[in-house]
Design a protein around this ligand. Sequence first.
Ligand SMILES: Cc1cc2nc3c(=O)[nH]c(=O)nc-3n(C[C@H](O)[C@H](O)[C@H](O)COP(=O)(O)OP(=O)(O)OC[C@H]3O[C@@H](n4cnc5c(N)ncnc54)[C@H](O)[C@@H]3O)c2cc1C
Length: 303
Amino acid sequence: MNNEVIEGLKKLVPEKDISIDELMSRHTTFRTGGPASLFLRPEDEETVILVIGFLRSKGCPFFILGNGSNLLVSDKGYDGVIISVERLNDLHIENDTTMVAGAGVLNSAIASLARDNSLSGFEFAAGIPGTIGGAMIMNAGAYGGEMKDITSSVRAITPDGEIKVIPGADCDFGYRTSALKRGGFVVTSARLTLTAGSRDEISERMTELALKRKEKQPLEYPSAGSTFKRPEGYFAGKLIEDAGLRGLSVGGAQVSEKHCGFVINKDNATSTDVYKLIQEVKKRVFESSGVELEPEVVMLGDF
Ligand SMILES: Cc1cc2nc3c(=O)[nH]c(=O)nc-3n(C[C@H](O)[C@H](O)[C@H](O)COP(=O)(O)OP(=O)(O)OC[C@H]3O[C@@H](n4cnc5c(N)ncnc54)[C@H](O)[C@@H]3O)c2cc1C
């Protein structure tokens, strides 16, 4: 990493919030990934804007990190700056049914606060192990719900470095995508509209969904959830199972025996193991069904 960039960043972010050669295996739910040249934890939205503006002016690559729960980082690492939004973590109820969450707030924390205040609508997302920023970008969804249903607006940094409040209806949320993702926006917070409900019923629903996840998903192993998007008219897990790939392994990575839609880090896998397994699954599913699987997992660095 260029010294001028490092020195410039030190003027914007205290040195204690900058790490050099930070291992990304510490920041991804796959528990794999090599070092990022620089890793920053800006303390507020204003600092994120300044950091991004500075990096753009220097032509230095950067990547916004939520909870790393949909991310595969190369074993060679990332030759750029990781900007973690973990400190954009304000979470509050704005009026009776509106919640505002900083981009770095975990979905589980939002779900707990919503439940404790008898607000319904976020139960579906309680078990999605990411941040609300990542959820907005990906239009995260589960069990019939998606971010699209509850987002009244998103506050984000535009590619020109300006702050914009984008109404939910203009985010063009689609299946695991959004205009925010396509447009290169950096989410700093989201405003969610929920509905008044019964605390007991909300709690019951959350418990029911958590049990379903535990029963169906290999939560005992590191992973990034569903590895592939659902191809129109099919289920990725079923196609993988029908291709006879249950339990297929490359190094320490494995197609989960419990749920074929998950590639798991079974035994000290590297990102290369995961990547090679994803390619092998894609190839074999195409050979057996003619369906082209597309990874849902975001890949960062050279593979
Ligand atoms: C066990 C398990 C179960 C899962 N189940 C589900 C599920 O049911 N439904 C589902 O949809 N997903 C699921 N996932 C996948 C994952 O949790 C979601 O995609 C989640 O929304 C990713 O959020 P994150 O904060 O971890 O994002 P990250 O993985 O950190 O990032 C994902 C992408 O979003 C970008 N990004 C993150 N934050 C921001 C921001 N503030 N501004 C701009 N870009 C940003 C990153 O640059 C990257 O491109 C699961 C994952 C695991 C491990």
